[in-house]
Design a protein around this ligand. Structure first.
Ligand code: NAI
Length: 479
């Protein structure tokens, strides 16, 4: 069986939701109409790692409609919607959704399972059934990009460090998977890497890793930073989180948010959406920031800006959105009040020191339901932690709604086409899509919500010094 999902009998339910989502994803459906015939991704073998949700199902079926072969894993152990995974595997027999797209994802994977399944997205076969690697990567957070880079580095060095070389439980699994592949074939990852044309990366945290690699000279291929398309980060990160943060808190706890004091750590795009999400419910929202510009923005948006230490004793809800690590630590947990709720909406779980929490002497972890735990301190105080510190909007709820993901994923499709069809225009480096494509993504979403766009006349266009059809802003414009 070239797939691994929770339950194929969920496929019919998944298909119904996929069909509903298609209606809300005009950008992706336009990609199918525009490019479905010419199939610019014909011959592409895309290794994908991105939350296996209904919206991602529509993305996968758009990529296949454009000619690609796809293998898919999730990028988070709790974020898979099992009915979406099943529906993509079963397909609906049409050219957009042929049966048998290999998906390796289910809700509630262990870390070991997660990394074992991540490795499988590289295992394409040619028409004769011989093993062949992917030629494109579509990543969210950079985990499968990391596998190829680390694998290649260790192969060059001739060895993978033992699992005891790190305290990080997740990295131990990476080392285990890489050691196994190196045992089987000492040039496996080098060959996989050599076959790949490029990567398109979905999120802030993954993009950071790509720029780091480029700076240190170790990036193997060109990369398109999808996150920093305006129609991605200023929409998905902000309006998506505005929708899905409270969805996660509500489904996880059903606590009354109105009247509570909530702390949002970080006031970037995700923080801005998250703060509005809670303020919209009537919470009193306090922001923490390290960047004076974002701190000033928060203050002028009407939020109090404080240090976590000043508010940790009395706040009710704590949400991390920084993309940084070690934001909520043991010393904070110890000072929180009874039944404080703690969650993270940033990409990785290291924003909250879960390992430190587990080591507090006498503390007990008690599961209320999957992805909702109360941590009982020796004195009886309980703190509720959502999704074990992993992104709660996808762990406790279903992530962002289709319409906003259509913007993000239309950028993904355009980015895949760019690298796959115009590789010679992209020497190794990290790029954003050109402005006219960013504007095009927005344009594709206007009709669906009844927007009447004003059209420049030639004299006005000349006055501004822009073409009538755009692009309208310089790259310096910040929206
Ligand atoms: P960003 O860079 O716009 O915002 C992060 C903010 O946190 C910055 O303003 C930074 O100054 C601040 N910060 C950093 N360290 C801090 C600290 N110690 N205390 C307080 N503030 C601190 O990044 P963005 O786009 O908002 O993304 C944040 C995270 O969310 C990333 O990991 C990203 O990958 C993830 N993400 C999650 C989504 C979801 O659906 N859960 C959607 C999109 C992004």
């Amino acid at each position: 069986m070239d797939y691994k999902v929770a339950d194929l009998s969920l496929a019919e339910f998944g298909r119904k939701e996929l069909t509903l989502a298609e209606h809300e994803m005009p950008g992706l459906m336009e990609m199918r109409r525009r490019y479905g015939k010419d199939k610019p991704l014909k011959g592409a073998r895309i290794a994908g790692s991105l939350h296996m949700t209904i919206q991602t199902g529509v993305l996968i079926e758009t990529l296949t409609a454009l000619g690609a072969d796809v293998r898919w894993a999730t990028c988070n152990i709790f974020s898979t919607q099992d009915h979406a995974a099943a529906a993509v595997v079963v397909g609906n027999g049409t050219v957009d959704a042929p049966a048998g797209t290999p998906v390796f994802a289910w809700k509630g994977e262990t870390l070991a399972e997660y990394w074992d399944e991540a490795e499988k997205v590289f295992q394409f076969k040619d028409v004769d059934g011989n093993a062949i690697g992917p030629n494109m990567i579509l990543d969210d957070g950079g985990d499968i990009t990391l596998l190829v880079h680390k694998g290649t580095e260790f192969e060059k060095a001739g060895a993978v460090p033992g699992q005891d070389s790190t305290d990080n439980e997740e990295y131990k699994e990476v080392l285990r998977v890489l050691a196994r592949s190196l045992d089987n074939d000492p040039t496996y990852w080098t060959n996989v890497g050599a076959g790949i044309k490029g990567v398109t990366e979905e999120t802030t945290t993954g993009v950071l890793r790509l720029y780091d690699r480029f700076k240190e000279g170790s990036l193997l291929w060109p990369a398109i930073n999808v996150n920093d398309s305006v129609t991605k980060s200023k929409f998905d990160n902000k309006y998506g989180c505005r929708h899905s943060l409270i969805d996660g808190i509500n489904r996880g706890t059903d606590v009354m948010i109105a009247g509570k004091t909530a702390v949002i750590c970080g006031y970037g795009d995700v923080g801005k959406g998250s703060a509005e999400s809670l303020r919209g419910q009537g919470a009193r929202v306090i922001i923490t920031e390290i960047d004076p510009i974002c701190a000033l923005q928060a203050a002028m948006d009407g939020y109090e800006v404080k240090r976590l230490e000043s508010v940790v004793d009395f706040a009710d809800i704590f949400i991390t959105t920084t993309g940084n690590f070690d934001i909520i630590r043991v010393e904070h947990f110890e000072r929180m009040k009874h039944q404080a709720i703690v969650g993270n909406i940033g990409h990785f779980d290291n924003e909250i020191d879960m390992a430190g929490l587990a080591k507090i002497p006498g503390i007990v972890k008690d599961e209320i339901k999957p992805q909702v735990h109360q941590w009982i301190f020796p004195d009886g105080k309980k703190v509720i932690v959502l999704s074990e510190g992993r992104l709660l909007n996808l762990g406790n709820a279903t992530g962002h709604p289709s319409f906003v993901m259509s913007n993000s994923f239309t950028n993904q499709v355009l980015a895949q086409i760019e690298i796959y069809t115009k590789l010679d225009e992209y020497p190794i480096g990290v790029y954003v899509l050109p402005k006219h494509l960013d504007e095009e993504v927005a344009r594709l979403h206007l009709d669906a919500i009844g927007v009447e766009l004003t059209v420049l006349n030639q004299a006005q266009a000349d006055y501004l010094g822009v073409p009538v059809e755009g692009p309208y802003k310089s790259d310096l414009y910040r929206y």
